[in-house]
Design a protein around this ligand. Structure first.
Ligand SMILES: NC(=O)c1ccc[n+]([C@@H]2O[C@H](COP(=O)([O-])OP(=O)(O)OC[C@H]3O[C@@H](n4cnc5c(N)ncnc54)[C@H](OP(=O)(O)O)[C@@H]3O)[C@@H](O)[C@H]2O)c1
Length: 272
């Protein structure tokens, strides 16, 4: 599948190097379109053979076009891209909040796949949710799933709304994890640890807990009960979480991210 990635920033270059490292694409079949001089320099270091700085005829020979620019940059990109597109092209958009029908109307393309990856994709540990419109064939969808799976796990959803929900859970999720880690590190320094000690205690606790969860099939509650004994130290901490409604706060935060994703989608649609 001849693939063009537009936008060689964090995500675009992650996709490019994952597709090549997994040998799912030959270097000759991968092209990247990037405008920033700095990003181009980085891409050259990744041995991307086909680099371009603006849309041109080479777009016509592509099968798949990955949109990996920021949503706010799409208004400038789309008019320059459209003259080179035809209905044979498949668009794979990873732009947060940009809906399939907006892409259809702005690009005049029939086959559209929308995906929401996350940052651990950079190390092949990503979580990508994806959906597609009915014009994409089963074969095409599987080919794209194979590409997405080179960056970690990929899960298909029939309903596009679930992409906005996945944005709130796994897309933004790494930031929540780092927020929690940072809060624990700050609290640890208040207990007398220096910063590097606090960092070691917290990072290794997260990493060990995740590895444990990956290797065993207990639920989170079952793991908690293995750490928290009645009347003990963990229970004292868990009581504070419960008293302050931490579950509800997390629920509200995820809902705010979900609503924001829907809202961004509506804004884009209005402008279309
Ligand atoms: N980062 C994440 O964790 C994450 C997770 C899920 C989804 N996403 C989605 O992935 C997309 C890319 O995010 P990112 O973090 O990779 O952004 P990024 O690092 O800013 O990369 C985007 C790149 O595209 C370039 N670009 C913009 N307009 C262009 C154009 N018309 N032609 C060629 N190149 C162009 C930008 O150049 P300039 O620097 O000159 O603007 C930049 O180098 C976003 O839509 C975001 O919603 C990101």
């Amino acid at each position: 599948m001849k693939t063009l990635i537009i936008g060689g920033g964090n995500m675009g270059r992650t996709f490019a190097s994952s597709f090549l490292t997994a040998h799912i694409l030959r270097p000759a079949d991968l092209t990247v379109l990037e405008r920033s001089v700095q990003a181009l320099e980085y891409l050259r270091g990744l041995n991307i053979e086909n680099l371009h700085t603006r849309p041109a005829d080479y777009i016509q020979e592509q099968n798949l076009i990955v949109l990996a620019v920021k949503p706010q940059d799409s208004d400038e990109l789309f008019p320059t891209l459209k003259p080179f597109l035809s209905t044979k092209h498949i668009i794979l958009s990873i732009m947060a909040g940009v809906q399939i029908d907006t892409l259809e109307s702005k690009l005049g393309i029939k086959k559209i796949i929308r995906a929401m990856p996350n940052l651990p994709a950079q190390i092949g540990m990503g979580m990508t949710a994806f959906t597609a419109n009915e014009e994409v064939s089963r074969k095409e969808l599987i080919e794209v799933q194979n590409l997405l799976s080179t960056t970690g796990k990929a899960i298909y959803f029939e309903q596009e709304k679930m992409l906005d929900a996945a944005t709130a859970v796994s897309g933004s999720g790494p930031a929540y994890v780092f927020y929690f880690m940072s809060a624990m590190m700050k609290a640890a320094t208040k207990l007398g640890f220096n910063e590097s000690q606090a960092e070691l205690l917290v990072w290794q606790t997260f990493s060990g807990s995740i590895d444990l969860q990956n290797k065993n099939s207990l639920t989170c509650d079952e793991w908690i009960s293995k750490v928290a004994s009645r009347g003990g130290t963990t229970e004292a901490a868990m009581k504070i979480f419960a008293e302050h409604g931490t579950d509800e706060i997390i629920g509200k935060a995820l809902d705010a991210a979900f609503q924001r994703s829907l809202e961004l989608g509506k804004k884009k649609k209005k402008k279309a």
